[in-house]
Design a protein around this ligand. Structure first.
Ligand SMILES: [Zn+2]
Ligand SMILES: [Zn+2]
Length: 242
């Protein structure tokens, strides 16, 4: 009897946990809006780096699939490349900063190791990532922590969850994560930073507030840039109905 009760409680807890996850996910993820992309012709993969939680990986997969209307494959986890650590930068400039991974080295690594099976690879890490900004003061901007980085245009980008938990519950954190992934893939698809407030391609301007205030979608002019790119590059039969 006791066993049955324990089993029953465990089952309710498990169902409750997965139920709320599924419910939450369907509730918050945007509907697919870019119906014009050639779904079968563009292959996207997520490359998780060791240590990233599965929930975040699934969130990015669903966010990209729903927003861009593309199929996303999840690759097996790989370790972060040691050469991408910021150690040499800290040494060179005598900086006392925490360990971060250089975002430009990570997207170069992803490009170098990318299988030709995929057109775009989104790297995902829980570690802090950084770039050097041509700004002063040097001690602050030589190893500046960022949310994500992507080639424009190009085949790879990287997104870090490290800074997304600040002042956020799980749902808010994951909304930020989807927006950043949509933004970085946007760069890969040749989108620049956009001045429109109703667009996910705005520059974060070094603030999480920008990301929290922007919508999880592209403005019409950014959509048109992507549309033009694929109308030129793909024959009509691959485009489906425009
Ligand atoms: Zn950007
Ligand atoms: Zn825009």
């Amino acid at each position: 009897m006791k066993k049955k009760i324990i089993l029953g409680t465990a089952l309710i807890l498990i169902l409750g946990a997965t139920g709320s996850f599924v419910y939450y996910d369907y509730y918050h993820a945007p509907r697919r809006t870019l119906t014009f992309l050639p779904k079968k012709a563009i292959k996207v993969a997520i490359q998780p780096f060791k240590g990233i939680d599965k929930g975040s990986v699934l969130e990015v997969k669903k966010g990209i699939e729903r927003y861009y209307g593309l199929k996303v494959i999840i690759l097996p986890d790989i370790p972060l490349p040691i050469h991408a650590k910021n150690t040499h930068i800290l040494k060179k400039y005598h900086l006392q900063l925490p360990v971060r991974y250089r975002a430009d080295s990570l997207i170069a690594y992803l490009r170098k190791t990318k299988s030709s099976k995929y057109d775009y690879v989104i790297g995902l890490t829980h570690q802090d990532i950084s770039v050097t900004k041509p700004k002063k003061p040097k001690w602050l901007y030589t190893d500046w922590g960022i949310f994500g980085l992507g080639y424009r245009p190009g085949p790879t980008c990287i997104v870090s969850t490290h800074r997304l938990y600040r002042y956020a519950n799980l749902a808010q954190m994951r909304t930020r994560l989807r927006k950043i992934a949509i933004h970085e893939l946007g760069h890969n698809l040749n989108l620049r930073h956009c001045p429109h407030r109703n667009c996910v391609m705005q520059s974060a301007r070094e603030s999480m507030k920008t990301i929290d205030n922007e919508p999880e979608s592209l403005c019409d002019s950014c959509k048109n840039i992507i549309k033009r790119k694929f109308i030129v590059n793909f024959p009509e039969e691959q485009m489906g109905k425009l």
